[in-house]
Design a protein around this ligand. Structure first.
Ligand code: ATP
Ligand code: FE2
Length: 368
């Protein structure tokens, strides 16, 4: 089954094509970069409207397919910015009607988990999802993906971008701050904001800007911001893993490309005897392939949507979705519950087989 997925929750419009048998066939994207200042949702949506049709064409070309080969259209239903979500949803609806194929709206955060599970080989991880607009620790429990901790104010990436802009580093400042941090060696005092299982970042930004006003070096500020924020994330991720008994941690979201964050999470995992997984860069950032893949496995598990169900949800929570595609008997879907049919008579595990979505390991798209 061929699924074409459209991602458009924030500044990226991505189109991906997944084949349920052989994996990802195409993954193309175009990111809106504001000429100055922050991201304006309406302007980003106008960008998405301009690029979506050419990107659909490019994705089909990359996959070597024609429109009539598409069996299903999926799109990111939320969470995200209203105008951007509506643009991607409108394109998906138009394509679904034009081709006469079903449509399915998916949760963007769950798409990050599923593309990570499919491409890295991890089975039942806790996900640290750190992007521009989102910062959450998510794990599968009792049939749903539950949020164990999250940001109380802004996503970590948005904080890094805003801080970078104030410090004159331009938009999309995460990579620039990472580079600067390599030259820093003084750990400056910043508020360490962990509240229960949640984190907060805006106070850190205010404190970092105050340090700059007092004349501290940019390198030391970048270094201290990274050390403080990533330690907070490692702490809550570790606690979530201990709470739900997960021995795998998966990274997702644009900030997961940061080497220092990866190193800190890897160290935490190693100390717990757990394993860390991080998808290929193309699947860490927002992308259409993950939307196509999640649409595909949801459809195969029996989920169907009418046009009326495709209304976007700006605050779509991961724990609102019934995870119909994970089966306790699948060796890649997670723990075998006591008494489940794959459990042998004496509690020993019988050979577990992969469920439909996991018969084949996803193959990455050809390099751009
Ligand atoms: P979402 O809609 O899921 O919130 P997004 O639109 O913010 O995502 P992503 O591509 O997931 O898009 O993430 C972009 C963010 O990642 C930006 O805030 C950017 O600064 C940050 N980022 C990218 N690379 C790095 C890096 N090396 N270190 C830190 N942050 C990074
Ligand atoms: Fe994302």
């Amino acid at each position: 089954m061929i699924t074409l997925g459209i991602e458009g929750t924030a500044h990226t419009l991505g189109v991906g094509i997944a084949d349920s048998e052989s994996g990802i066939l195409a993954n193309v994207l175009d990111m809106y970069r504001p000429p100055q200042g922050g991201l304006h949702p309406r302007e980003a949506a106008n960008h998405h409207a301009d690029v979506v049709a050419p990107l659909i064409g490019r994705a089909l070309e990359e996959a070597g397919l024609s429109p009539k080969d598409v069996d299903l259209v999926s799109f990111s239903k939320g969470p995200g910015l209203g105008p951007c979500l509506r643009t991607a949803a409108t394109a998906a609806r138009a394509l679904s009607c034009r081709l006469g194929v079903p449509i399915i709206g998916v949760n963007h955060c769950i798409a990050h988990i599923e593309i990570g599970r499919a491409t890295t080989g991890c089975t039942d991880p806790a996900l640290l999802y750190a992007s521009g607009g989102n910062t959450q620790i998510i794990a599968f429990s009792n049939g749903r993906y539950r949020i164990f901790g999250e940001t109380l104010d802004v996503g970590i990436g948005n904080m890094l971008d805003k801080l970078g802009r104030e410090l004159g580093l331009g938009f999309y400042a995460g990579p620039a701050l990472e580079k600067l941090a390599l030259e820093g060696d003084r750990l400056l005092e910043l508020p360490y904001s962990v509240k229960g299982m949640d984190v907060a970042f805006s106070g850190i930004m205010t404190a970092a800007l105050a340090l700059r006003k007092r004349g501290c070096r940019l390198e030391d500020i970048a270094y201290s911001v990274q050390e403080t924020c990533f330690a907070m994330l490692a702490e809550v991720t570790e606690r979530a893993m201990a709470h739900v008994g997960k021995d795998e941690v998966l990274l997702g979201g644009g900030v997961a490309q940061n080497s220092r964050l990866k190193a800190m999470i890897a160290e935490m995992a190693e100390e717990r005897g757990a394993a860390m997984y991080c998808p290929d860069r193309r699947y860490c950032m927002d992308n259409g392939a993950m939307i196509a893949w999640l649409g595909s496995i949801m459809h195969l598990s029996g989920v169907r949507m009418s046009m009326a169900d495709t209304v976007v949800e700006q605050r779509f929570r991961t724990d609102e979705v019934d995870v119909t595609w994970r089966r306790s008997g699948c060796r890649r879907c997670g723990p075998v519950r006591r008494g489940s049919p794959t459990r042998g008579r004496w509690g020993t595990s019988r050979r577990r087989r992969s469920c439909d979505p996991h018969r084949s390991r996803l193959r990455p798209p050809p390099p751009a």
